[in-house]
Design a protein. Structure first.
Length: 76
């Protein structure tokens, strides 16, 4: 599994409650998947540990994690 430098150096630093394994779980169990105009892919799933909906953004390969954060505005 791969991640971008931005994810490793910025996202995980700013959001220490997130982990790569949590993001992989979101991708594997997504309730919604949307392709952005730039080709990146957004995935949403509920994280039972945080009790929040998480959005994970991958590069257009659908595997490389680029960003992740709790999405307060998501409704399934």
């Amino acid at each position: 599994m791969t991640t971008t430098g931005y994810f490793r150096n910025d996202v995980l630093t700013k959001r220490p409650y997130l982990s790569e394994s949590m993001c992989r779980t979101v991708i594997a169990n997504a309730v919604r998947k949307v392709v952005q105009p730039d080709g990146r892919i957004r995935y949403w799933a509920f994280d039972v540990t945080l009790h929040k909906w998480l959005r994970v953004v991958t590069l257009n390969d659908g595997v490389t994690i680029h960003n992740a954060f709790p999405d307060r505005n998501f409704t399934p």
